[in-house]
Design a binder for this molecule. Structure first.
Ligand code: FBP
Length: 550
């Protein structure tokens, strides 16, 4: 594989690890656990994996000969550090017994069902240490939810003598991991399933899981780009930059980037929903800042827009919910040939309020909401160009104000979308260290015979040596939610907490960032070498949440 000088240097980087993971571990079990909500339903659906205790790992002795083959799956969107989870798994397994084998299922969960796999060797692993991307085995979004799929998994595990499957994924993929673990335990087939918390979106977190991996690197990458744009804006002083940021649902990425770069405006979807804002309210808020800055002679600025915004505007949310219910397994809809027929069909089925909202949307956006769903039934928000929609609406409103003599500035806007630019970046030290530790932790859970657990590494604002490792039962994170028109057990998504410190810090400062000549911060690129306070810094979100900064 061709490598840049930085990649060559990074292959030799030795991830820092919690002291407890340097040698072998002993598992200490805490109290029995409960799901975050809907305990009765979840406990009935997961009779074999519900209520297990949280696990803490402390230094211990080498366990007796653990001979175990493991299969690993990368699931969902790429996130920096995924390769290091696999490297940690590989090293951990070989340390337990050099005969242990690690198989990678290719192309995501479908690799398990279709029996597409590769044996991961030392040479392959060494090529991928501390690199971004998921290309070592590829990823995919196939949903594991049907028993025939689980049974295909049993077949291949028997053939390869695999005793444990590790699923590296976000909330949906770890929900699958939990369902699979329950099924295999119920069938008593001797296959353990362990999950690992991945997603750049940062929404797979809770009291135990402090952050998902990849969030750190992705936010630092986007913040560098936002900082560069801000410096350009402040130099040329002629453009308003509308920057949409990835994050399917929650606004953690937008918020973290705002904390790192201090833009003039950052929209937070969760606030939009809580305040019941309409699209017009949002446009008015943006226009107010643009007009105020124009009065001070500042016809430029930056606006961060979370990718999931559209789904959080209450009227849009209702519309999407209705669309999901109408479209779920709807063969009549699928049989319609043209987009116009589909639009007419959908319109006829919507409630009067939602029909009005649907009618008012630009055709392209209405069609995106109608047609594109991922395998989990989610609207593919990364395809919806909210930043362009907002530019159009803001320009219209400003033109109207100009006509009324209430705005004398010049509005020239540029749109950007940062998503794929950050998902495969070379992992920051934080993600490289965190992911490797997650991989090692997963091997210890496997060695101890655990199933239905997510590998846990926390205390992440301390130096890596002081991080703590363990496991958390996946059922503990679950609640019942409506998906594809049906109530399903799923891991509860962590949205931005409007009472949480990161949002409150942002709220306390945003007026000053909006008005000022410039409050911009230019974070610059991720640093891989140099002083620890520059290279190992966790996100502002984590530092604020843990009270490390005020
Ligand atoms: P995961 O939740 O699977 O980690 O994916 C996150 C994400 O990057 C979202 O931010 C984005 O909306 C989505 O994936 C894009 O999906 P795709 O890669 O299929 O375009």
């Amino acid at each position: 594989m061709l490598k840049s000088p930085l990649q060559i240097a990074r292959s030799a980087y030795k991830p820092k690890m919690p002291v407890a993971l340097n040698g072998f571990v002993r598992l200490e079990e805490g109290e029995k656990t409960q799901s975050v909500a809907d305990q009765e339903e979840i406990s009935k659906l997961f009779p074999n994996t519900y209520g297990m205790p949280i696990i803490h790992m402390v230094p211990g002795e080498k366990p007796d000969n653990i001979r175990v083959n493991v299969g690993v799956i990368l699931s969902g969107g790429q996130a920096p550090g995924g390769h290091n989870v696999i490297c940690g798994l590989f090293d951990g397994l070989k340390k337990l017994n050099p005969e242990n084998k690690l198989y990678g299922f290719l192309g995501g969960p479908s690799g398990l069902i279709e029996h597409k796999y590769t044996l991961l060797t030392e040479d392959i692993i060494n090529e991928y240490r501390n690199t971004g991307g998921f290309d070592i085995i590829g990823s995919g979004r196939t949903k594991l939810e049907e028993t025939w799929q689980f049974d295909k998994g049993i077949e291949i595990c028997r053939e390869l003598d695999i005793k444990a499957i590790v699923i590296i994924g976000g909330d949906d993929s770890n929900t699958n991991a939990c369902v699979l673990a329950e099924y295999y335990k119920q069938k008593n087939v001797g296959i353990q399933v362990i999950g690992c918390p991945k997603t750049i979106d940062g929404d797979l977190k809770n009291e135990q899981i402090e952050t998902s991996f990849g969030f750190d690197t992705a936010c630092k990458t986007y913040s560098e780009l936002i900082g560069n744009i801000q410096r350009d804006a402040n130099s040329a002083k002629k453009y308003w930059h509308f920057i949409r940021l990835m994050g399917r649902s929650a606004s953690h990425i937008a918020l973290e980037c705002a904390l790192q770069s201090q833009p003039n405006i950052c929209l937070i979807s969760e606030e939009v929903e809580a305040c019941n804002y309409t699209l017009n309210d949002i446009v008015d808020q943006i226009v107010n800042v643009i007009v105020a800055r124009a009065e001070a002679g500042l016809n430029f600025g930056t606006i961060l827009i979370p990718e999931g915004l559209i789904e959080f505007i209450p009227a849009m949310k209702k519309l999407i919910q209705e669309l999901n219910d109408i479209l779920a397994n709807n063969e009549e809809f699928v049989s319609l040939e043209t987009n116009d027929e589909k639009r007419q069909y959908v319109k006829g089925m919507l409630s009067p309020d939602s029909r009005q909202v649907y009618r008012d949307l630009p055709k392209g956006i209405a069609m995106q909401l109608t047609l594109d769903r991922d395998p989990h039934g989610n609207v593919m928000v990364s395809q919806i160009e909210t930043e362009k929609l907002l530019i159009e609406m803001v320009a219209k409103k400003l033109a109207q104000l100009k006509g009324e003599g209430k705005y004398k500035g010049k509005f020239s806007a540029l749109n950007h979308f940062f998503g794929y630019e950050g998902r495969c970046a070379i992992p920051s030290n934080f993600d490289a260290d965190y992911c490797y530790s997650i991989g090692i932790t997963a091997t210890h859970l496997i060695a101890a015979g655990k199933t239905g657990y997510m590998a846990l590494v926390n205390n992440l604002t301390a130096p890596a040596a002081e991080w703590k490792a363990g496991g958390v039962p996946i059922t503990m994170m679950m609640n019942m939610e409506r998906r594809n028109g049906k109530l399903k057990p799923v891991i509860q998504k962590a949205l931005v907490d409007l009472k949480g410190k990161p949002f409150l810090y942002f709220k306390a400062h945003r007026a000053e960032w909006a008005d000022a000549n410039t409050s911009y911060i230019y974070p610059g690129p991720i640093q891989y070498y140099g002083p620890s306070e520059v290279c190992d810094l966790p996100t502002q979100t984590l530092l604020l949440e843990k009270g490390k900064i005020e």
